[in-house]
Design a protein around this ligand. Sequence first.
Ligand SMILES: C[S@@+](CC[C@H](N)C(=O)[O-])C[C@H]1O[C@@H](n2cnc3c(N)ncnc32)[C@H](O)[C@@H]1O
Length: 184
Amino acid sequence: MPGRQCNAVIVGPGLGRLVRYCLEGAALAGKAVKILCIEANAAAVDVLNIEYGRDPAVTVENLALHPTHTAGELPAACAPFVGACHLSVSELLGCWGDNEFLPELISTVQRLFLLDDAVVIPESWDNYLVPVHAPGIHAGVAEHEATYICAPSSPDVTLLAPATLAYSARCATADRTFLGSVAF
Ligand SMILES: C[S@@+](CC[C@H](N)C(=O)[O-])C[C@H]1O[C@@H](n2cnc3c(N)ncnc32)[C@H](O)[C@@H]1O
């Protein structure tokens, strides 16, 4: 990376864990950093502003990034980052079984914000499907009318078949493969 300044963009920073890691990484590398945070959830934006609102290295924008966005539609504070970022780092969920379309959004980041030789983390995204038997979790969900992210390592969870790759994508381009059908 030429020069001392690194521009980074984080889509979906949530409560700010990746922002902190970027600031710490830049400090360790002796680099000045400017970070653009694009976060859709207004409550998370409030937390980000409390934590980083006074840090000149961090810009927080309350925006739901969409693959159709053009540079001209972005908030004014994004302008210095358009076509000028060395790094994209994101941790979203998706693209199947969740509504946070990581490869589609990161390919949008690539188009709008990244320099040709930028580093994209993650580079690729794979989703696996596996049927599970989890009676305790099922009962809890039914009782509380809640959703639950089921960790395969939970003691209550038995995997009923090997996990099968269902969706795979390159984040920079969103070139992707859906498995037409999944059988167990
Ligand atoms: C799974 S959470 C990740 C939180 C955070 N990255 C972390 O490391 O803890 C995903 C975050 O992405 C945000 N998000 C989802 N879709 C988005 C979009 N299109 N534009 C901006 N933020 C988005 C959600 O509001 C949520 O805060």
